[in-house]
Design a protein around this ligand. Structure first.
Ligand SMILES: O=C(O)CCC(=O)C(=O)O
Ligand SMILES: [Fe+2]
Length: 354
């Protein structure tokens, strides 16, 4: 076995649930000054501007700058934060999107997330049936459109943001797990699965690829160990979809390896539960955490359904977490209309129109 890091990693990214029984440093409550700046900025941006056209949000939100620096550092180390207290109850959903987008741009570059090129993507139950079955990959359904239980997965971007606007009537609990801890556990207790996980899997592109693009990705490793860190990409339903579409079934050892990943990820010792309140923004480094969600039941009124706004942020610059060839970073994130910045998307649509 060619393992560059055969030793378990003892780094802040390798956290367990027990680390946060009394430590709430991962929750940041917005300060009154930050909220005042935000309200004023929104009143300026509201004048017919689409959120993606906001220029230089840092000029309007100076007290967010030290916070943004700290969040970027924390995402690169522990890998997650929860920002609390965005006043969503006093804002229209459009103003909320504006505020959220502006905060996101202080951290990185927001990118498009689906075939519709949404930059702030509503995560809500659109009455689709997500449960994975042999034919689910043919239906090209993505989990965020359903109220189903979502297996632990990484979103295919550097950092994902989930802002809660409305909670479910019951369920819909978010949980996160350190993938560095999952790696450590597999290394110590189930090393026979590492070769399959290091080799990786081909992912279903769910029909969101453009014509001429492959419907499935090249092989994306689940783990890429570096000197003192391990980067992870994992999404079971997309792996199963990739096997279906390529008509190359997973081998018994590949299936055993993803079963092992899921079993370890569900270990109570590793799982940190987060009950979202409206106004909470969960930010996750997708190379060092996986997230999941329990199934949920909505309120009967459609406008009261659980609603999150999702951001995908690219942190740019050198590769802080990905693999050498960037296949982990981009293969599952930059195809079709996905993975484009607002400017790139605008350029593409302008070219098509002219
Ligand atoms: O609904 C949630 O809590 C998580 C949804 C999710 O994982 C996603 O949209 O990527
Ligand atoms: Fe997700």
């Amino acid at each position: 076995m060619n393992l560059r890091t055969p030793a378990p990693l003892s780094v802040p990214a390798a956290w367990k649930a027990a680390n946060f029984v009394e430590d709430f440093s991962w929750i940041h409550q917005f300060s009154p000054q930050q909220l005042d700046e935000l309200r004023l900025a929104i009143s300026k941006w509201r004048t017919g501007l689409h959120f993606s056209e906001i220029q230089s949000p840092e000029r309007f939100l100076p007290s967010f700058l030290p916070l943004a620096k700290q969040i970027i550092e924390t995402l690169a180390t522990r890998g997650f934060v929860l920002l609390r207290g965005l006043p969503v109850h006093e804002m229209s959903d459009e103003d909320t999107a504006c505020a959220y987008w502006a905060i996101g741009q202080l951290l990185g570059t927001g990118t498009t997330q689906n075939a519709r090129a949404e930059l702030v993507c509503p995560v809500t139950n659109a009455d689709v049936d997500f449960g994975y079955s042999g034919s689910a990959s043919q239906r090209n359904v993505r989990g965020y459109m359903s109220n189903a239980d979502l297996n632990y997965h990484c979103d295919p971007t550097d950092v994902v943001g989930l802002l809660c606007l409305r909670k479910a009537k019951a369920g819909g609990e978010s949980t996160i797990v350190s993938t560095t801890s999952i790696y450590n556990r597999i290394l110590a207790q189930h090393p026979e699965h590492l070769p399959a996980l290091l080799r990786g899997f081909r992912y279903d592109r769910k029909g969101e690829e453009l014509s001429g693009e492959e419907p499935i990705t090249p092989r994306i490793p689940v783990f890429v160990p570096h000197k003192d860190r391990v980067s992870c990409r994992y999404a079971r339903s997309y792996i199963l979809g990739g096997a279906d579409k390529s008509k190359i079934p997973l081998t018994a050892s590949e299936r055993a390896a993803i079963d092992c990943f899921d079993t370890v990820a569900r270990d109570e010792e590793l799982v940190l539960k987060m009950a979202f309140e409206p106004g909470d923004i969960q930010l996750l480094n997708n190379f060092t955490t996986v997230h999941g969600r329990t199934a949920y039941e909505d309120h009967p009124e459609v406008e009261q359904r659980r609603l999150l706004y999702r951001l995908w942020l690219h942190l740019g610059g050198e590769r802080p977490w990905s693999d050498e060839s960037d296949v982990m970073r981009y293969a599952f994130a930059r195809f079709g209309n996905l993975g484009l910045s607002a400017q790139e998307w605008k350029r593409r649509t302008t070219q098509i129109e002219s």
